[in-house]
Each structure stands twice: as structure tokens, then as C-alpha cells.
Design a protein around this ligand. Structure first.
Ligand SMILES: [Zn+2]
Length: 321
């Protein structure tokens, strides 16, 4: 994830972002396959999410094409398959400032008894990046950025699969290449490789999701979880209502400005309404530094994010009378 802060305001550098805000679609009513029950929210385990992050950390740095990334993909597939999810590796090449790189997104659907129809989309997409930022000269483990969202997504898969109909509402996608190769992310030039490819492929499907939820940097208990300003009005209202229901209003607040992250290609290339949830990285002195280690995150913070996401899903999938 990339930040620019000017006088405490987050801004996007890309010129296209101006258009994006005007064009960003709102979230329509969701054609829920099966409601996510309130009971599911209480089942999310921050400890299980944390244990996943710890395992990923043990694989070492996870930049694109690395051994750590390959081990992480294998681990995710094994975990998801055991829970009844089918997975698809989506590999592609992109030009980067250091030449062509092969990236691999991992897409997952709950389908214990058959192969899912990948041309159709469930109503809700949940995405987060798996890659860690590439540093040729230092060991960067990327525990919060973004082992944290990966751990939360694996535990979401676990929780939703206990309520089988609920899991059918969701596609999970673990993005590769979110991080810029050079120091700073520049939209359409460096960074967001995986989400850009995914969004472009999504447009070729017969149906699109109704909402894309993107989570990033969600494990630090000492900073707020921000609702990104590019989130659709309806999704923002749902996230605020969910925070209130879970008594997390103080910890879950609106971002002061737009933040460039994996949700932007979903809006720009697939016209998806989004909910962007991101930890307040401006208050993380270890952000993109070697100090992004396991001691910076807690099971409780991961659990808050997981429960908030499930509460939003619960609200979105309730039948309206
Ligand atoms: Zn980052």
C-alpha cells in the first residue's frame, strides 16, 4: 500500500483518481445466495488468523516470483482446499521498472462438491494482497503489510465455510504485486499489478460482483481501522453501522482522504462499488521498514477486522421486508 500525506491529508497522485471519485458507483442491493447469520460473526477467531500470519512469516519475504511467495501460495491452497474451497492460480506477466515479472493471483470459491463456474461471480468479492514489498538489500517480512489481511481472509474462509450457504456469497482473491517495485506506487505505472489484471479479467465474466471489499494493514491494535474514502456511500454506511453494532466506533473511522490501494483498479477497470478497509499506516513508524514484524500485530486487532467484515456481510445479506 502506498501513501502520500500532505498536511495530514491523504491524496492520490494519479490524475485519474479525480475522475474515479466522480464515477465510483454505489452498492446496489445484493442478490444474496444465503444470509450470513449473526452467529457466524462470533465464530471468527483472531488467534487462528494470527497463527496463519505467523506461518506466512516463517516462509520469509514474499515479493513476486520469490520462494516465500510460492510457499505462501501452496499454504493458502492447502488451507482453502481443506475447508472445501476450490482455488485457481491466475498468472500473468507485466512490464515493471526492472523488466518483465510473472505475477500470480490466487482466486478462491467455496465449492466442496464440484468445480465452480468461474465465468459467474458471487455477489461479494473480498480481496487483499499477499505479496510483501521487494527489497533487494534487506529482509522485509511484511507481517502487517500484508500478512495481516491474508490471515484474516483465511479465517473468513474458515468461518464462512461453517455456514455453507454463506460461503457461496463470496469470492476471495489474494493479489500479487500490490507493492510497487520502486519506492513509490504510481497508478498505471508501478504497483497494483495483480488487482489491475484481476479487474480487467473480471470484466470478461458473464456476471460481476455487487461489492468488492479490500482489506490491508489490519493487524496493529494501536491505530484505527480506516474506512477509505473511495468506498461507496452504502458500503460506508454499512461499515459504520457494523462498527457501532460491534462497539468499535472509536477504532473504526473515516479516512481523511483517498488512499491508493487494490480497490482502485476494481473501480477504474471493473466499475465495482467497493469497501476499502485499511489500518492507519501514517501512524505506523515501521511501515515499509524491517520493523514490520510479528510483534506489531495482535489476534484481537485481526479479530476486530474479521468481525467487522462479517457484520457487514451479515447486514448486506439480510432480506429486506
Ligand atoms: Zn505496502
Amino acid at each position: 500500500m502506498f501513501k502520500t500525506i500532505v498536511s495530514g491529508i491523504f491524496v492520490i497522485l494519479s490524475a485519474s483518481s479525480c475522475q474515479k471519485n466522480e464515477e465510483a458507483p454505489d452498492t446496489p442491493d445484493l442478490p444474496s445466495i444465503a444470509p450470513v447469520p449473526a452467529e457466524a460473526i462470533t465464530q471468527f477467531s483472531g488467534q487462528r488468523a494470527f497463527d496463519h500470519v505467523k506461518t506466512l512469516t516463517d516462509f520469509g519475504p514474499r515479493p513476486p516470483e520469490s520462494e516465500g511467495y510460492r510457499k505462501s501460495l501452496d499454504y493458502l491452497e492447502k488451507q482453502l482446499h481443506e475447508l472445501g474451497w476450490k482455488t485457481k492460480r491466475s498468472s500473468f506477466q507485466s512490464e515493471t521498472p526492472i523488466g518483465r515479472i510473472t505475477f500470480t493471483n490466487l482466486i478462491a470459491r467455496y465449492a466442496p462438491h464440484s468445480e465452480p463456474d468461474w465465468r459467474l461471480s458471487p455477489p461479494i468479492l473480498i480481496g487483499g494482497h499477499l505479496d510483501s514489498k521487494r527489497y533487494p538489500d534487506k529482509v522485509f517480512l511484511g507481517v502487517n503489510d500484508s500478512g495481516s489481511s491474508t490471515g484474516v481472509m483465511l479465517e473468513l474462509a474458515h468461518t464462512l465455510s461453517r455456514y455453507q450457504g454463506s460461503a457461496l456469497n463470496v469470492e476471495l482473491v489474494f493479489f500479487d504485486g500490490e507493492e510497487a517495485i520502486l519506492e513509490n506506487m504510481v497508478f498505471r505505472k508501478d504497483g497494483l499489478y495483480g488487482s489491475t489484471h484481476y479487474a480487467q479479467q473480471l470484466r470478461k465474466r458473464n456476471t460481476l460482483p455487487s461489492l468488492g471489499i479490500v482489506i490491508d494493514l489490519v493487524g496493529d491494535p494501536n491505530v484505527n481501522l480506516l474506512i477509505g474514502r473511495d468506498s461507496s456511500p452504502t458500503a460506508t454506511a454499512h461499515a459504520q453501522q457494523a462498527a457501532k453494532t460491534l462497539q468499535l466506533e472509536k477504532q473504526v473511522t473515516l479516512a481523511p482522504g483517498s488512499i491508493l490501494d487494490d480497490h482502485v483498479p476494481l473501480i477504474v477497470f471493473a466499475n465495482l462499488p467497493v469497501l476499502h478497509l485499511i489500518g492507519d499506516f501514517g501512524k505506523m513508524p515501521y511501515w515499509h521498514k524491517e520493523g514490520d514484524t510479528l510483534d506489531k500485530i495482535t489476534p484481537a486487532a485481526l479479530e476486530n477486522t474479521g468481525k467487522l467484515t462479517l457484520q457487514v456481510l451479515h447486514q448486506l445479506t439480510q432480506k429486506k421486508n
